[in-house]
Design a binder for this molecule. Structure first.
Ligand SMILES: [Zn+2]
Length: 124
Protein backbone atom coordinates (compact mmCIF):
# COMPACT_ATOMS: atom_id res chain seq x y z
CA UNK A 1 0.00 0.00 0.00
CA UNK A 2 1.25 3.46 -0.86
CA UNK A 3 1.14 5.26 2.48
CA UNK A 4 1.78 8.70 1.02
CA UNK A 5 -1.74 8.89 -0.42
CA UNK A 6 -4.47 10.37 1.78
CA UNK A 7 -6.87 7.89 3.33
CA UNK A 8 -10.17 7.97 5.15
CA UNK A 9 -12.51 5.41 6.64
CA UNK A 10 -15.70 4.14 5.03
CA UNK A 11 -18.49 5.17 7.41
CA UNK A 12 -20.39 1.95 6.69
CA UNK A 13 -17.95 -0.96 6.71
CA UNK A 14 -14.94 0.73 8.33
CA UNK A 15 -12.51 -0.21 5.55
CA UNK A 16 -9.78 2.22 4.63
CA UNK A 17 -10.45 4.25 1.50
CA UNK A 18 -7.30 5.35 -0.31
CA UNK A 19 -7.30 8.46 -2.49
CA UNK A 20 -7.82 7.86 -6.20
CA UNK A 21 -7.38 10.10 -9.18
CA UNK A 22 -11.08 9.99 -10.00
CA UNK A 23 -11.84 11.57 -6.62
CA UNK A 24 -9.42 14.45 -7.22
CA UNK A 25 -12.18 17.08 -7.30
CA UNK A 26 -14.45 15.81 -4.57
CA UNK A 27 -12.27 13.81 -2.18
CA UNK A 28 -13.79 15.79 0.72
CA UNK A 29 -17.19 14.33 -0.22
CA UNK A 30 -16.09 10.70 -0.41
CA UNK A 31 -17.65 8.74 2.46
CA UNK A 32 -18.19 5.23 1.13
CA UNK A 33 -15.72 2.66 -0.19
CA UNK A 34 -18.19 1.16 -2.67
CA UNK A 35 -21.63 1.45 -4.21
CA UNK A 36 -22.94 -1.30 -1.98
CA UNK A 37 -21.86 0.61 1.12
CA UNK A 38 -23.46 3.76 -0.23
CA UNK A 39 -26.78 2.03 -0.79
CA UNK A 40 -26.65 0.06 2.44
CA UNK A 41 -26.34 2.83 5.00
CA UNK A 42 -26.00 2.42 8.77
CA UNK A 43 -29.27 1.62 10.53
CA UNK A 44 -30.37 1.24 14.15
CA UNK A 45 -29.39 -2.44 14.16
CA UNK A 46 -25.84 -1.48 13.20
CA UNK A 47 -25.59 1.08 16.01
CA UNK A 48 -27.08 -1.45 18.42
CA UNK A 49 -24.45 -3.96 17.30
CA UNK A 50 -21.65 -1.55 18.11
CA UNK A 51 -23.04 -1.06 21.61
CA UNK A 52 -23.47 -4.81 22.12
CA UNK A 53 -19.98 -5.63 20.86
CA UNK A 54 -18.43 -3.09 23.21
CA UNK A 55 -20.40 -4.34 26.20
CA UNK A 56 -19.44 -7.94 25.36
CA UNK A 57 -15.76 -7.01 25.12
CA UNK A 58 -15.91 -4.93 28.28
CA UNK A 59 -17.59 -7.74 30.21
CA UNK A 60 -14.29 -9.66 30.20
CA UNK A 61 -10.91 -8.84 31.76
CA UNK A 62 -8.94 -6.14 29.91
CA UNK A 63 -6.82 -7.48 27.06
CA UNK A 64 -8.91 -10.60 26.49
CA UNK A 65 -9.03 -11.53 22.81
CA UNK A 66 -12.24 -12.60 21.10
CA UNK A 67 -12.55 -14.56 17.88
CA UNK A 68 -15.23 -13.71 15.35
CA UNK A 69 -16.94 -16.91 16.39
CA UNK A 70 -17.06 -15.81 20.05
CA UNK A 71 -18.76 -12.64 18.97
CA UNK A 72 -21.18 -13.90 16.34
CA UNK A 73 -22.29 -16.86 18.46
CA UNK A 74 -23.05 -14.44 21.26
CA UNK A 75 -25.29 -12.41 18.97
CA UNK A 76 -27.04 -15.20 17.12
CA UNK A 77 -29.76 -15.47 19.71
CA UNK A 78 -29.96 -11.86 20.81
CA UNK A 79 -29.88 -9.89 17.60
CA UNK A 80 -31.38 -11.94 14.80
CA UNK A 81 -31.07 -9.61 11.82
CA UNK A 82 -27.31 -9.29 12.29
CA UNK A 83 -25.18 -11.36 9.90
CA UNK A 84 -21.46 -12.07 10.40
CA UNK A 85 -20.86 -9.32 7.84
CA UNK A 86 -22.87 -6.85 9.91
CA UNK A 87 -20.80 -7.80 12.94
CA UNK A 88 -17.55 -7.41 11.00
CA UNK A 89 -18.61 -3.97 9.76
CA UNK A 90 -19.50 -2.89 13.30
CA UNK A 91 -16.10 -4.14 14.51
CA UNK A 92 -14.29 -2.24 11.76
CA UNK A 93 -16.15 0.98 12.54
CA UNK A 94 -15.26 0.60 16.23
CA UNK A 95 -11.63 -0.11 15.34
CA UNK A 96 -11.55 2.97 13.11
CA UNK A 97 -12.83 5.00 16.05
CA UNK A 98 -9.99 3.61 18.18
CA UNK A 99 -12.36 1.72 20.50
CA UNK A 100 -10.95 -1.74 19.75
CA UNK A 101 -8.18 -3.34 17.77
CA UNK A 102 -7.86 -6.26 15.38
CA UNK A 103 -5.19 -8.92 15.68
CA UNK A 104 -4.04 -11.54 13.21
CA UNK A 105 -1.82 -14.28 14.61
CA UNK A 106 -1.36 -12.22 17.75
CA UNK A 107 -0.23 -9.04 16.01
CA UNK A 108 -2.29 -5.84 15.66
CA UNK A 109 -3.59 -5.37 12.15
CA UNK A 110 -5.56 -2.67 10.34
CA UNK A 111 -9.36 -2.86 10.14
CA UNK A 112 -9.14 -3.23 6.36
CA UNK A 113 -6.72 -6.16 6.53
CA UNK A 114 -8.70 -8.03 9.20
CA UNK A 115 -10.32 -11.24 7.96
CA UNK A 116 -12.77 -13.70 9.46
CA UNK A 117 -10.04 -15.56 11.35
CA UNK A 118 -8.88 -12.44 13.20
CA UNK A 119 -9.26 -11.65 16.89
CA UNK A 120 -10.40 -8.42 18.49
CA UNK A 121 -9.77 -6.84 21.87
CA UNK A 122 -10.56 -3.59 23.59
CA UNK A 123 -7.96 -0.99 22.79
CA UNK A 124 -5.82 -0.33 25.87
ZN1 LIG B 1 -17.42 0.41 2.84
Amino acid sequence: MNTSLPTKTCIICGRTITWRKKWERDWHNVRYCSKSCRSRGVNDTDRQLETLVLSLLNSQPAGKQFTMNDITSDFRSGLKPATPDDVMHALRRLASDGRLEFLMNGRPTSPSAAKGNCQVRVKQ
